[in-house]
Design a protein around this ligand. Structure first.
Ligand SMILES: [Zn+2]
Ligand SMILES: [Zn+2]
Ligand SMILES: [Zn+2]
Ligand SMILES: [Zn+2]
Length: 475
């Protein structure tokens, strides 16, 4: 596992462990045009404000990131201007070209530190880069050779660095950076100590970044015993083992072997299981989840599915789901219906659709809570519960996702109970019991979400939970 952190005493849930500013920050990999000062999206049209020196687009002349260490510094500006690097940042440029230019920014910022902030440069340079493994991975190596190394050394004649130096920095970024950004800002950042946490697909910490300072706040999400590793997840926890392991191998160059990855049922959540195409009764799961080439097999009949076929099925369904606007209720419901004989109800693609539905039911025109039918309200409740049951296992404790979904869940229970008691369809006792559950959900949701930074959407939702509790006289 390399270096990692362990608890040197018993830790309770919700303890702050790390709070620190980034040592380097830049646009996310695969980023479209963003402001170099604050990472919100910008346009490439003529009317977009641009830096008067280097001509890269910025959100405005008042951007807080101009001249700031977390944004567009003077020495970066000088470098970008010297290389006439903004020449391709025009509305007619291809998206690939634009993304490649933005991908260069973080490596450039780190390389420039060698002169301007040598301590920080050294701190980053010695982080794990997996350079030897990267050399063996031709696709990865050639990608960076072309879009970063050749660009910097051959086109822009950057001096003072070898090809190996630059590849090392690219490796360090891939292995150690955090995707950050609140609201519309999207960035990636390196932190001085948070990178030391090891990975687990069921992490015991939760982290968040400050919307303005970009500092990271990392806290325990559940109790951690003395000497236990302190972990976070490098991958999206709501993804099945097959894709999750693939993702981590591509970026971080290791094959996860944690408890969740080793278990074909993913800790009994069954969030990867398919419905058997042959007998339609059994569930199809990997016969060896730690082997990406292993067959998938039905637990009720002899049906088998090869790993390649499984992958193309997942890709096809994922693309289909991603093409549906997350506010399109009919589209998402249609997806759930269309594949009900393909995926188990807890499949991660279904959970993702259900999560979107939980957020739109009750919030968008035509589905505001007072205009929703009883069926729709019940559906929202069911999706919230399905989601919560799985997330209780995969992101247990004081985690943002639990806080958010508990807030979503309180509303349908409340509205449903009120309508039912008004029509004398439930007893007063049932009603009281439901209200108790609402209060419990709101309290836990408030306690979790109010740990998020002030000004974030999550914090505001925590505040809304508190207000709802006050309204009920149940703080
Ligand atoms: Zn800005
Ligand atoms: Zn500039
Ligand atoms: Zn794992
Ligand atoms: Zn079967």
């Amino acid at each position: 596992m390399g270096r990692y952190l362990v608890a040197n005493r018993n830790l309770n849930a919700g303890e702050n462990i790390i709070q620190e500013s980034p040592v380097a920050i830049g646009p996310a990999a695969n980023s479209e045009a963003v402001c170099l000062g604050c990472y919100i999206p910008v346009k490439l049209s003529l009317s977009q404000y641009r830096c008067s020196d280097c001509k890269w687009p910025l959100c405005s002349a008042d951007c807080r990131g101009i001249g700031h260490v977390n944004g567009h510094t003077e020495y970066e500006c000088k470098f970008l201007k010297e290389k006439n690097s903004a020449v391709d940042l025009i509305a007619t440029a291809t998206l690939t070209k634009i993304k490649h230019l933005y991908e260069l920014i973080l490596p450039i910022r780190i390389l420039l530190m060698k002169t301007h902030k040598p301590d920080s440069y050294e701190r980053i340079r010695v982080m794990e880069s997996h350079i030897k493994l990267r050399k063996l991975n031709k696709i990865l190596w050639d990608h960076y050779q072309e879009i970063i190394v050749n660009k910097l050394l051959k086109e822009w004649n950057l001096e003072g660095f070898s090809e190996e130096d630059i590849h090392t920095i690219c490796g360090v970024i891939d292995v150690n950076c955090f995707e950050i950004g609140q609201k519309s800002a999207k960035a990636r950042a390196m932190f001085p100590s948070a990178f030391l946490l090891s990975h687990d697909c069921v992490p015991n910490t939760s982290h968040t970044d400050h919307p303005e300072t970009f500092s990271i706040m990392l806290r325990t999400s559940k109790r951690i015993k003395k000497n236990e590793p302190i972990t976070l997840s490098y991958a999206y926890t709501l993804q099945g083992t097959f894709k999750r392991r693939d993702f981590m191998h591509a970026g971080k160059l290791f094959w996860c072997q944690c408890e969740r990855c080793s278990d074909p049922t993913e800790l009994k959540t069954d969030c990867s299981a398919l419905v058997c195409a042959e007998c339609s009764k059994g569930s199809v799961r990997s016969i060896d989840p730690l082997d990406q080439d292993a067959d998938w097999k039905c637990d009720n009949c002899a049906y088998k599915l090869g790993a390649k076929s499984l992958e193309s099925l997942l890709d096809k369904l994922n693309n289909e789901l991603e093409s549906i606007d997350p506010h399109n209720v009919a589209g998402l419901e249609g997806f759930l219906k269309k594949y009900q004989n393909t995926l188990r109800p807890n499949h991660y693609l279904f959970l993702s659709a259900k999560y979107s539905l939980c957020q739109v039911y009750g919030r968008i025109d035509g589905y505001l809570i007072h205009e929703m039918s009883l069926e729709d309200i019940k559906r929202k409740e069911k999706y919230c519960r399905d989601f919560l049951t799985v997330i209780d296992v995969l992101e247990p404790g004081l985690t943002r996702l639990r806080g958010l979904i508990m807030y979503e869940l309180h509303a349908p229970i409340m509205v449903l109970s009120t309508r039912l008691i008004q029509n004398k369809l439930i007893t007063r006792n049932d009603f009281q019991r439901n209200i108790k559950e609402v209060a419990r959900l709101l309290r836990e949701s408030r306690d979790i979400l109010k740990m998020e930074p002030e000004g974030s959407n999550e914090y505001m939702m925590g505040q809304a939970a508190e207000d709802a509790l006050k309204g009920m006289g149940m703080v």
